[in-house]
Ligand binder design. Structure first.
Ligand SMILES: Cc1cc2nc3c(=O)[nH]c(=O)nc-3n(C[C@H](O)[C@H](O)[C@H](O)COP(=O)(O)OP(=O)(O)OC[C@H]3O[C@@H](n4cnc5c(N)ncnc54)[C@H](O)[C@@H]3O)c2cc1C
Length: 406
């Protein structure tokens, strides 16, 4: 039985700890925050979009690049940085946006999403976890027929992998999800994935951590930053943890989202990760609020029903590595969310909608970094970009297979 440390208690670290414990290992989960899921996993879009795990870099986004660079699309913002990593990442992102790379990357992500979906279903079948999970499907609202046609080959790929998507007229979709009646703009077609789901990642992580602590002997060191890796003769032997000193481990897994600072500059994969900042807001749902997750492609905003609340998430801002909450960008996002589905919140748009921001830890290809680290016994499971909640169990399983721990 190995003593394994997992650094990072977001969705990826928690999912990794679960599979390790289930395989019979002794696991310590460490995070600088006092609770699980206080990083990027805290208040994300809540979507478990198994049938919509498309790579971000695509021919469609490449076509939109001039508008994005000219600041005419409010959903995106690119601010050039004097940072060599920023440019390396950007050039790699462009290289991944050809049709063939987009298709290959999306195929990989879809197969990981399928694994994730199945592991989550198996977990939920024998452990009771309360995280406002709903499996009511997802609808993508298309404004133009041309966009629907352009997505045909990817829909065929998904169908061949058993991920059904149906094309519905606005009337057909409204019969399934009456909240579409409040949507103010024309809809040419709705792409419906009936088996997609949603749930709160923060509640999920905290509930699963409790189960792992109480029933599977998980050790947690929350509220402690890991300062450095301790290595001996090219092998990791432990961690130096703030306030706890040095602890020995046989293996260490970095599930640190977008943070690579535990690796020295010459060990880091340069230009492999950059944050794509987004915002979310959450408010009380009124009676006519949606049950099905909805993606408004025109505004690039996702909506999900989480318990008695509605969560919206959107914006893709690429700027500084260390991002911060920007009230003006949040106001742009809030207005767009309210324009689309403001009537789904209790008291319409005049209520307090809880704001949140996070940086999606994106790789140029959208494929997470799952690999052995630069020293023996060290592994990386990070960089899940826009899809960490959807992919967390699939990527944890891939890591365990690579570590030959299953
Ligand atoms: C606006 C927005 C909407 C999104 N919507 C969705 C969605 O609908 N569906 C979906 O699938 N994904 C979504 N995502 C993406 C998803 O949230 C991320 O991919 C996912 O949360 C990443 O999880 P993680 O565990 O890798 O990172 P994190 O949750 O950030 O966890 C990493 C943890 O590592 C800890 N850590 C780092 N360094 C150290 C250290 N030295 N010592 C101790 N602890 C350390 C941090 O404190 C942090 O808690 C969204 C993201 C954003 C920003």
């Amino acid at each position: 039985m190995s003593r394994i440390a997992v650094v990072g208690a977001g969705v990826v670290g928690v999912a990794t700890a679960w599979l390790l414990l289930r395989a019979g290992h002794q696991v310590t989960l460490i995070d600088r925050f006092k609770r699980a899921a206080e990083g990027v996993s805290e208040a994300n879009g809540a979507q478990l979009s198994f049938a919509y795990s498309d790579a971000l870099a695509s021919p469609a986004i490449r076509k939109k690049l001039p508008a994005i660079l000219l600041d005419t699309d409010p959903a995106f913002q690119i601010r050039a940085q004097l940072d060599i990593e920023y440019w390396i990442w950007g050039l790699r992102f462009l290289r991944e946006s050809t049709s063939s790379r987009f298709e290959a990357n999306t195929r990989y992500l879809l197969s990981m999403a399928i694994k994730s979906r199945d592991i989550l279903a198996e977990l939920m079948s024998h452990v009771e976890l309360n995280f406002d999970y709903v499996s009511s499907g997802k609808m993508i609202l298309h404004e133009k027929d041309a966009d629907v046609m352009a997505g045909r080959s990817i829909r065929e790929l998904k169908a061949s992998m058993g991920l059904a998507q149906e094309l519905l007229s606005r009337e057909e979709a409204t019969r399934i999800e009456p909240a579409l009646e409040m949507y103010p703009d024309p809809i040419s077609c709705v792409v419906y994935s009936p088996h997609d789901a949603a749930g709160r990642p923060d509640l999920f992580c905290r509930a699963l951590v409790d189960v792992m602590r109480n029933q599977y002997g998980l050790d947690t060191n929350f509220g402690h930053e890991v300062n450095r890796l301790i290595c001996n003769r090219g092998k990791v032997t432990g961690l130096e943890i703030d306030g706890l000193g040095c602890k020995s481990f046989d293996q260490v897994i970095l599930a640190t989202g977008g943070a690579l600072d535990l690796l020295s500059p010459w060990q880091r994969p340069w230009g492999a990760l950059w944050p794509v900042q987004g915002y979310s807001l959450t408010g009380r749902a009124c009676l006519k609020a949606m049950r099905v997750s909805i993606t408004d492609l025109k505004r690039k905003i996702v909506f999900a029903r989480v318990g008695d609340e509605v969560r919206a998430a959107g914006l893709a801002d690429i700027g500084r590595m260390k991002y911060r909450f920007d009230p003006a960008r949040f106001a742009t996002f809030r207005q767009a969310a309210v324009d689309a589905f403001g009537a789904s919140f209790e008291h319409g748009a005049d209520v307090d909608l809880t704001p949140w921001t996070g940086g999606r830890p994106c790789t140029p290809s959208s494929k997470p970094i799952i690999r052995a680290g630069p020293v023996s016994g060290l592994y990386l499971n990070l960089g899940h970009g826009t899809l960490g909640w959807t992919l967390c169990f699939g990527s944890a399983q891939e890591l365990l297979e690579m570590m030959q721990l299953r």
